[in-house]
Ligand binder design. Structure first.
Ligand SMILES: *Cc1c(COP(=O)(O)O)cnc(C)c1O
Length: 384
């Protein structure tokens, strides 16, 4: 094939948000409406999110990081507590635990799925363990049935970091239809559905939903909507220290529009992912994604792992691709290698995490990508 001769004028990015004129119009309508934060569009986005996911309650917030922080505050995680999470995740996963004063304890992953290995949970459970923060990494659901069994045995709460997992399915159900106590989503532009910045917490627990709603708005006893519609003078109280984690109505309006297009986003990602797998699965030095039969990923990212001699050449391969105007990313980061969490203890225990971090590679995947761009990427990788 002479695919390599396809002229690529600009860099092929690793990801790109898909935002169009419908989103522009939705934002302008909000700006002209006079209500620009945590108002009618936020309420509508929450309702539509709940009906899409099939959950009872959705609570919109300013990001997935604040969603996770709020989830831990809502269940009373604090100083002296430990929360188990993977190190192989964006650093916000561990940070959300640290914000509460609790300590993140890292569990190793299963190298084939990049998710927490349920068999490695018990070795990190202690009398101080309060919760497990499960990550559905790059949109592949973690082994929830096994994780929940361990959690139930030890009386631990399970929170899901579903930042990357919108539209992903586990046992035939969308992630967010709670398996754990709460699931937290991200709408950062790097994710499949974006609102610029934004997050959502889903739960089936009415009391928790109510508490999340208060905490996101300074723990105010009456919402702005209630006060706005009140026919009698009413005064709110602030019974504890809350936060300002509100989502704006401009963001929610974008989210509603994006939610309407999510099915097409997912279809296109799954199409390109299947195309990558078909083309790369016979390369002996490339490990394509391993998908358990009860999981249907959304392919938030398409990540491969280099094996054999190629594993040590990952960075050189990335450089080679960059020179061909193909942008790639190193694997998911290992949080335990960053200064706030660095320790020899974790480095010597998280061997699968280290291996994934050192040898995996994220290839470009975005809605507007073309087949010829993908063919060019595939051929460039083959001939690296
Ligand atoms: C992106 C991401 C986050 C943070 O999401 P924000 O909305 O940017 O705060 C947290 N966890 C994981 C696994 C992520 O990928």
């Amino acid at each position: 094939m002479s695919v390599l001769s396809i002229p690529v004028s600009a860099m092929i990015p690793v990801a790109r948000p898909y935002i169009g004129s419908e989103e522009e119009k939705a934002v302008i309508d909000v700006l002209r409406s006079g209500w620009v934060t945590q108002g009618p569009r936020v309420a509508e986005f929450e309702e539509k999110f709940s009906s899409y996911i099939g959950c009872d309650y959705s609570v919109a917030v300013s990001s997935c990081t604040t969603a996770l922080h709020l989830a831990f505050m809502a269940i009373g995680v604090g100083p002296g507590d430990e929360v188990i999470c993977p190190s192989l995740s964006f650093i916000a996963t561990a940070n959300s635990i640290t914000y509460t004063g609790a300590t993140p304890i890292f569990a190793d992953i299963d190298l084939s799925t990049y998710n927490i290995d349920p068999a490695r949970l018990e070795e990190v459970i202690s009398p101080r363990t309060k919760a497990i923060l499960v990550v559905h990494q790059i949109g592949l659901p973690a082994e929830m049935n096994e994780i929940l069994a361990v959690a139930n045995k030890h009386g631990l709460v399970v929170i899901e970091d579903a930042a990357c997992a919108i539209g992903s399915e586990y046992d035939g159900k969308l992630i967010g239809k709670p398996l754990g106590t709460m699931a937290c989503f991200s709408f950062h532009p790097r994710k499949i559905l974006t609102t610029g910045e934004g997050g959502m917490i889903t739960t089936s627990n009415a009391k928790l939903a109510e508490r999340l709603r208060r905490l996101r708005q300074h723990a105010m006893s009456l919402s702005d909507v209630v006060r706005h519609n009140a026919t009698q003078v009413s005064s709110e109280t602030y019974d504890e220290v809350g936060y300002n984690f509100r989502m704006t109505d401009m963001q929610a309006a974008i989210g509603i529009t994006q939610l309407g297009r999510l099915a097409s986003f997912l279809e296109r990602r799954r199409y390109f992912a299947a195309r990558y797998t078909k083309a790369l699965q016979n390369l002996p030095w490339v490990q394509t994604p391993v998908v358990p039969t009860n999981c249907r990923p959304n392919y938030q990212s398409y990540m491969v792992r280099l094996t054999g001699d190629s594993a040590t050449k990952r960075d050189a391969i990335m450089q080679n691709l960059l020179e061909k105007k193909i942008s790639t990313r190193r694997a998911i980061m290992a949080t335990h290698r960053e200064p706030p969490y660095r320790s020899a203890h974790w480095e010597s225990r998280l061997l699968q995490t280290n291996l994934a971090c050192d040898t995996a590679l994220i290839l470009p995947l975005f809605h507007q990508m073309t087949e010829s761009e993908q063919d060019y990427i595939i051929e460039a990788l083959r001939t690296c």
